[in-house]
Design a protein around this ligand. Structure first.
Ligand code: HEM
Length: 266
């Protein structure tokens, strides 16, 4: 009997380590939905990183006052965010009984422990003191590195200050780990830009691109909440929160706050 020749991985497999990638999905149960749950979780983690990468590019462009490049990077981030939202569709193929069949194998694993998700929030500017403290205490190195840098929104405000807009000093001179608090004077800046979009064309384009990033992030959170209600009803989460009610509060948060609130006065 002749033995089958040994498998030699072609370049597609070796280039991006596809064999190792596939090895990472290891269900702990025989339940039907668990493999898909792990695969979609992996996909989302990787896409969080892709969004971080584009937002970081946008931040770099703003440091150089290059608004067209920043907008290009933000629109790329937005495309990936739409894919992130669409990923919930795949997870929704699982029925609640299929989820319950393997939920116990998660132990206390929870999305709250995703350092890539937290890094994405930090990049965008959501740096609540509790999360910052946790990151400095025992967080992933990626989080501490991020907290040493101004957020994307910080760089937006610094850029606007350099363009001559009346951005208060405390908004551009804060230590980077301290998050920006909504400020009515920044609302005034966005009001001026939206009252005269032709005069402030670049800043207006930038604002629209930023709002789309914030909007897509909120869509992701809102859809996550719906999936949680679908899978858990009123059950508590694996991180020990009360589940849907906790996520409902999180859903009220808005990135780039004055970009949402100035509209009331327009
Ligand atoms: C059946 C599917 C899912 C359920 C039932 C679920 C449930 C929950 C619950 C109840 C929480 C609140 C914290 C807790 O007590 O655990 C939470 C938080 C979170 N989940 Fe999910 N989740 C699901 C899928 C996913 C997936 C696929 C991801 C992405 C990889 C994800 C990412 C997150 C993140 C990032 C948080 C923290 C949000 C924040 O801190 O603002 N979840 N999830």
């Amino acid at each position: 009997m002749t033995t089958a020749p040994e498998y030699v991985a072609p370049e597609y497999v070796t280039y991006a380590h596809m064999d190792r990638l596939h090895e990472l999905a290891r269900p702990r149960s025989d339940a039907r939905g668990e493999l898909n749950f792990i695969l979609i979780s992996h996909v989302k983690e990787l896409l969080f990183r892709a969004v971080i990468d584009d937002l970081d590019t946008a931040r770099g462009a703003l440091e150089r006052d290059d608004v067209p490049d920043a907008c290009l990077a933000l629109s790329r981030a937005t495309r990936t965010q739409r894919v992130l939202v669409a990923c919930w569709e795949s997870m929704n193929g699982m029925s609640v009984d299929e989820f319950i069949a393997f939920r116990h194998v998660l132990n206390d694993a929870s999305g709250t422990q995703s350092f890539a998700y937290r890094a994405l929030e930090f990049v965008m500017g959501n740096r609540p003191p509790g999360q910052v403290e946790a990151a400095f205490r025992d967080g992933h190195a990626m989080l501490r590195a991020e907290l040493a840098r101004p957020s994307l929104y910080d760089e937006v405000l610094r850029h606007l200050a350099r363009q001559g807009f009346s951005v208060p000093d405390e908004c551009v001179e804060r230590p980077p780990e301290q998050q920006h608090e909504a400020n009515p004077l920044i609302e005034d800046v966005w009001l001026e830009i939206y009252r005269h979009p032709d005069r402030h064309h670049a800043a207006h384009r930038l604002a629209e691109s930023l709002l789309e990033v914030a909007y897509q992030f909120s869509c992701w959170r809102a859809t996550h909440l719906l999936v949680v209600e679908r899978m858990l009803g009123g059950k508590s989460g694996t991180a020990g929160t009360d589940g849907a009610p906790w996520l409902r509060t999180i859903n009220e948060h808005r990135f780039f706050p004055e970009l949402w609130t100035f509209r009331t006065r327009l």
